[in-house]
Design a binder for this molecule. Sequence first.
Ligand code: ADP
Length: 170
Amino acid sequence: MGTFDVIQGDITISRVDAIVNAANTTLLGGGGVDGAIHRAAGPDLFAACVPFNGCPTGEARITPGFELPAKWVIHTPGPVWRGGQHGEAALLAACYRYSLQLAVEHGCRTIDFPSLSTGVYGYPLDQAANIAVRTITDWLTAVDVTVRVRLVAFDSQTAAAYREAQQNLT
Ligand code: ADP
């Protein structure tokens, strides 16, 4: 049970229980949204990620948000697009499910996602949007608690793709 919305904005300013980070498997920071989250959270975030010794693609790890307005950060390494025949779709769906599960286990009721894998990792935007929207809405239907999930698109093209994926569902 819950709601799913698409908004356009900067996820580092989201005042929510948890934001999700499009991490890499080292969990030690990188470019794109990962770099922006680490800069906004401060150096404690890096220190909190070191003990994990990385994270496999499709799983997730949780840390405090430190200097972010968000209480928690959920770090999930999305799949790198390698043509679509290397399990990318299943791995991307697993990132969304694993992150949502970890969030509710920590009492989160408001959760914001960036568009996982569609930046440097090269996942085709329309395909990624369809997988994300379907996975999130299926998960919301199955869970007992009321959760508000948002997809925070950084640019208008990304927002449009996720809104279209939402339309395609119904
Ligand atoms: P990946 O390596 O998973 O592809 P990227 O960070 O390169 O991750 O890109 C994922 C998405 O995050 C892209 O749509 C990118 O435009 C977006 N993004 C970058 N900075 C921010 C931000 N501050 N807030 C929300 N989304 C962002």
